[in-house]
Structures are given as structure tokens and as C-alpha cells.
Write a protein of this length. Structure first.
Length: 284
């Protein structure tokens, strides 16, 4: 690559990217940071209004050489590519071990109405989830289970928190995500769209295994997951069609949020793909 010119650490482009660590600035600019080759690759491929979600790419010389195909794909999509030294990229990323590729991306959340219009069959709803790592991990689980959408209520963590983005490992770019929706509106909208609302709670009066054995989980379903520390408040549980617990067969006190979400979402995915489940029905 010869001796490429490095962007100055004092460049306005670097300053603006660094500011995206703050939620207020992210909201004002409607931009966020995605780090690492996997996330950057997904951001290039993802489109918002016909344009790549990726707006700008910062790369160390070593990373640009190692991931030349990603850099070229970015350039081919009209993305501005800046080569930077390790310290500049690390300063923008604010991680302990930066991966050398860092993208500035457009916001990509979807209006809740669009999610409803698509007639979703499996949805993960995060109600009062405050830990960004958990939010990103549940999003990743939902993607892996084949969910149609994820909804973060108005009391939940910022979808574009750098920890959320990293924990999603690129899944943020794979499925529609709505943000800032009051939980009452989420439940009423999904129920009107024919989706059964299940609240996941360790104290639920229904057992997940029993629900599966009864064959009641083959239809469109939304799982509501609550706060990491105190779960779902009574008023939210009351909105659900059923409150379901994941059975503990061993001696563990409980499951963490992401693990419980994975179990619930995969249970629904399996039921929906089974005999009589909505995912097993061929289009007319």
C-alpha cells in the first residue's frame, strides 16, 4: 500500500467520531460506531434508503492490509476511508483491545408500525433492560433463533451504546429493531396483529416445558424480557397472555437474562417449525 497518508488525530472527522461515544451526540447526529471486521462488513452490506449504513471507515494500516477486501468493499460503496495510526483508532473506539477497523454508521432502527405491518411471527421485547451487553446479546440470540424483530421499550438501554453494538456481533444489521416504544403500545400493537404475548419470568405460573408439550407455542409469539435485577413488574406481567418460567432442573438459583432469552426464543422457533406450527405452513 506504499506509504499512505494518515488522518490527523486532530482532524474534525476524528473529533466527530470520538464524540459518538456519548449518547446525546449519537442522537443528534443519528450516527453510531461499529467496531471490528464482522460489524463493518455487515454495515457495508446493510442498506438504509438504498445507501450503505456505513458512512465512514477508520482503519489502521495493518488492519487495512489484513482486511483489504473490506476496505475495497467500503470504497466501492462510496464510503470515505481514513487510514489512522493505532493510537487514533484506539482513542475513537475506547476499547481495551481495538481491532483496527472502526465504522461510523447511520441509525437503522425501524418504526414499530413497519414491524407490525410485516406480520411478525417471533419477536423479542426488551422491557426495562438496562445493561447494554445484555441487550446486544439478546439481539444476537433473537437473530440466531430466526426472530422477525426486536423491540426495545422506552425504558431500556440505548440500542447504539457501543457495548450493545459489540455484543450483537453484527446481528444488529440482520433484523428490524424498534426503539423507544412504551411497553403498553408494544403489547397492544402486537396483540392486534395476532401475536400471543408471553412474559418470561422465573416466578411464572406456567412452565415452558408444559407449554411445549401442550402444543400451544406454534403460533405467532412475542416474548417480553425484563430487567436483569428485578425482572418484570406486575403491571407488565398483567399485560401478557401468559407468564412463563424456564424450568430449573438442577440446583442453579436462576438463569441470566441472555440465557433465558435464548431458551425461550429457540423453544418458540422449534415449535413454529414443527407440525402445525406457523413456520411449517407453505405459502398459498
Amino acid at each position: 500500500m506504499g506509504t499512505p497518508e494518515l488522518i490527523s488525530p486532530r482532524s474534525p472527522r476524528v473529533t466527530d467520531a470520538r464524540r459518538l461515544a456519548r449518547r446525546a451526540f449519537r442522537g443528534k447526529e443519528r450516527r453510531f460506531i461499529a467496531e471490528g471486521p464482522q460489524a463493518v462488513r455487515e454495515a457495508i452490506a446493510h442498506r438504509v434508503g438504498g445507501e450503505s449504513t456505513l458512512v465512514e471507515l477508520f482503519a489502521t494500516v495493518e488492519a487495512a492490509e489484513r482486511h483489504a477486501e473490506i476496505v475495497e468493499a467500503a470504497r466501492a460503496s462510496g464510503v470515505r476511508v481514513h487510514l489512522a495510526d493505532d493510537r487514533t483508532v484506539a482513542d475513537i473506539s475506547q476499547t481495551v483491545t481495538p481491532q483496527g477497523l472502526l465504522g461510523v454508521c447511520r441509525f437503522l432502527d425501524s418504526p414499530f408500525e413497519e414491524i407490525l405491518a410485516a406480520r411478525p411471527r417471533l419477536v423479542a421485547v426488551l422491557a426495562n433492560v438496562r445493561d447494554p451487553g445484555n441487550a446486544g446479546t439478546v439481539l444476537r440470540c433473537a437473530d440466531a433463533a430466526g426472530a422477525d424483530a426486536v423491540v426495545l421499550t422506552d425504558a431500556s438501554v440505548d440500542l447504539y451504546n457501543p457495548k450493545s453494538v459489540r455484543a450483537s456481533v453484527g446481528s444488529l444489521f440482520h433484523l428490524p429493531v424498534a426503539v423507544g416504544v412504551p411497553v403498553e403500545r408494544v403489547v397492544s400493537g402486537l396483540r392486534t396483529a395476532g401475536v400471543r404475548i408471553l412474559a418470561a419470568d422465573g416466578a411464572g405460573d406456567r412452565d415452558l416445558d408444559a407449554e411445549l408439550d401442550a402444543g400451544s407455542m406454534g403460533g405467532p409469539t412475542a416474548w417480553v424480557f425484563g430487567n436483569e435485577a428485578w425482572g418484570l413488574p406486575e403491571e407488565t406481567r398483567a399485560l401478557a397472555d401468559a407468564v412463563v418460567r424456564v424450568p430449573i432442573h438442577g440446583k442453579a438459583e436462576s438463569l441470566n437474562l441472555a440465557t433465558a432469552a435464548a431458551v425461550c426464543l429457540y423453544a418458540s422457533a422449534r415449535a413454529q417449525r414443527g407440525a402445525g406450527g406457523c413456520r411449517a405452513v407453505s405459502p398459498a
